[in-house]
Design a protein around this ligand. Structure first.
Ligand SMILES: Nc1ncnc2c1ncn2[C@@H]1O[C@H](COP(=O)(O)OP(=O)(O)OP(=O)(O)O)[C@@H](O)[C@H]1O
Length: 536
């Protein structure tokens, strides 16, 4: 296993907000992508077949070592790329993939299937970046999900014959709200700005400034991000991966639906129920979707009739839960669909693999909530692996072999992991969060208050924790982060109303029933099977 650590602690802090931290634009621009001529084909050739001690340090050297160990010893390989948000993990992961694809496939000699797998593996990058990355205050192309890509090789010649992607926890909250100057997932801007005329007509699609979900954060264009080019790359990637036209149509139909759902606003009627503020939004959409091939979009209309019986205060929550649910399940569907294309033609061959883990990096914002605690917890866990595998294991070996050396002092972040994940004797943060939801199930504010009270017990004896009434600070290995309590229990509960699920389950739209299969609905509506929280 190789661990690549990208960037340093200070760099990430500097990138947080250039204007605020006083960094001049010119300095900040240094962090933007610049071709420095080290990822060329010629440079790649220099690392091919070389021991990493013979050549200058480079991600290609790590990739070459992995491929060498795979081939020479038949050992499965894995590289974990860690570092703070914006440190360059995704770029490094792509270079590693490119290198492995290049050295393991000779385009002239390889069979059609091998080059097809290679092309598909590389095409997963633009596709999943469009749907799973977004512009944040720290990184114009920030991964908002974790990804483990496993390239599988035929052990008789070590050429790639299959691949598989595991997706970890998409930050779906981003679909419905973003911090000012951040963006929703890239695909929403690509699609609304540059979609083909037939989609514009079919979905009544307009520019990103029309939709609340793409415009409320006041960031539609991003320096250095070319939404038009990226959209063409996304479409090309869909072709390469083998997504058929009707599958692509379904994906874009769902994106349009999400955007229009976000534009539905409510007013309170005399009895405190929600009434739709502007019927023209729903009417216009209904007309578009009731044309010929979209006639089966009746679930959408039903959903709005249903919403009228909701209390005003819950209607926005309900609307957003629907949009998040659709996008999250759409994203998972895309990953599974990609995996289907990447499956080996001959399942019975015993395969060897190289895995590449690229996750969302550690992040600190002015306001940090549930999303940041999840992301930062993952990074703490990776730091633990790094400590265990490199620092602790190495030094333990020196002790065992009685080698004299000067011990290296390091901070073991296990204490922070325990603070977050422990269940007993002292419940950690996640346990407290889950308990608070059970105690005050129906009332979000009450659940937040219970959580706030429990926090004093959680961190009583932990010097990496400070309770700040309505906020709390965790002293992470990479910096102190202040988290807001308000809204945390709701985000953790991540519930979709039963009524809403029933609407989806009765939908005659076939793709909706694929995204929300009966098993899922049964599990979610059955209180015994239903997960109480999204952290388990
Ligand atoms: N090797 C590199 N060469 C040139 N530019 C780079 C390189 N690595 C990163 N960058 C620039 O830095 C930006 C951030 O890189 P990247 O998206 O890989 O960060 P990350 O660590 O994956 O961040 P996150 O955790 O937010 O996903 C990129 O958009 C790119 O502009």
């Amino acid at each position: 296993m190789a661990i690549v650590k990208r960037g340093g602690r200070n760099k990430a802090k500097q990138q947080q907000a250039p204007a605020k931290s006083g960094i001049k634009k010119a300095e900040f621009d240094l962090h933007k992508k610049k071709e420095v001529g080290i990822y060329t084909y010629e440079n790649m050739q220099k690392y091919k077949g070389k021991n990493r001690l013979e050549v200058p340090p480079h991600v290609f050297a790590i990739a070459e070592t992995m491929y060498y160990h795979l081939k020479s010893y038949g050992e499965n390989q894995c590289v974990i790329i860690s570092g703070e948000s914006g440190a360059g993990k995704t770029e490094a992961a792509k270079q590693i993939m490119q290198y492995i694809a290049n050295v393991s496939v000779d385009d002239q000699a390889a069979s059609g299937n091998i080059t097809r797998i290679k092309d598909m593996v590389l095409a997963t990058n633009p596709l999943l970046e469009s749907f799973g990355c977004a512009k944040t205050l720290r990184n114009n192309n920030s991964s908002r999900h974790g990804k483990y890509l496993e390239i599988q090789f035929d052990p008789s010649n070590y050429q790639p014959i299959a691949a598989h992607i595991t997706n970890y926890l998409l930050e779906k909250q981003r679909v419905v709200s973003q911090i000012t100057n951040e963006r929703n997932f890239h695909i929403f801007y690509q699609f609304t700005k540059h979609c083909p005329p037939q989609y514009k007509q079919q979905f009544g699609l307009q520019g990103p400034e029309t939709y609340i979900y793409t415009s409320a954060a006041k960031c539609i264009n991003v320096d250095g991000v070319d939404d038009n080019k990226d959209f063409q790359d996304t479409l090309r990637a869909m072709q390469t991966i083998g997504l058929q036209q009707h599958e692509q149509d379904n994906i874009f139909k769902m994106l349009a639906a999400i955007l229009w759902i976000g534009n539905v606003s409510f007013v309170e009627d005399e009895s405190g129920n929600a009434a739709i503020r502007d019927e023209s939004v729903t009417k216009n959409f209904k007309e578009k979707y009731n044309r010929k091939s979209y006639a089966n979009f009746s679930w959408y209309e039903k959903r709005f009739n249903l919403s009228c019986s909701f209390k005003y205060c819950s209607s926005f929550f309900c609307r957003d839960a629907l949009a998040k649910g659709i996008y999250n399940n759409l994203f998972e569907w895309i990953v599974e669909r990609v995996n289907l294309s990447l499956e080996a033609q001959n399942q019975s061959v015993e395969k060897k693999s190289i895995g590449i883990l690229d996750i969302y990096g550690f992040e600190i914002f002015e306001q940090n909530s549930f999303e940041q605690i999840c992301i930062n917890y993952v990074n703490e866990k990776l730091q633990q692996i790094f400590i265990q595998l490199t620092l602790k294991a190495e030094q333990d070996e020196y002790v065992q072999e009685q080698i004299k050396w000067t011990p290296i002092d390091y901070f073991n972040n296990k204490v922070v992991c325990d603070l977050i994940e422990a269940t007993r004797p002292q419940p950690g943060l996640f346990a407290a969060l889950n308990d608070s939801i059970k105690t005050a199930h129906a009332d979000s504010d009450a659940a937040d208050q219970v959580f706030a009270q429990r926090l004093s017990m959680v961190g009583a004896s932990n010097r990496h924790f400070e309770d700040r009434r309505g906020k709390f600070i965790i002293k992470h290995y990479a910096g102190d982060v202040t988290y807001e309590v308000a809204g945390m229990t709701d985000k953790n509960k991540d519930s979709m109303l039963r009524d809403l699920l029933e609407v989806l389950s009765t939908s005659s739209n076939q793709f909706i029933s694929v995204l929300f299969p009966p098993e899922l609905l049964a599990a979610l509506t059955d209180s015994k099977k239903r997960p109480e929280t999204c952290i388990r």
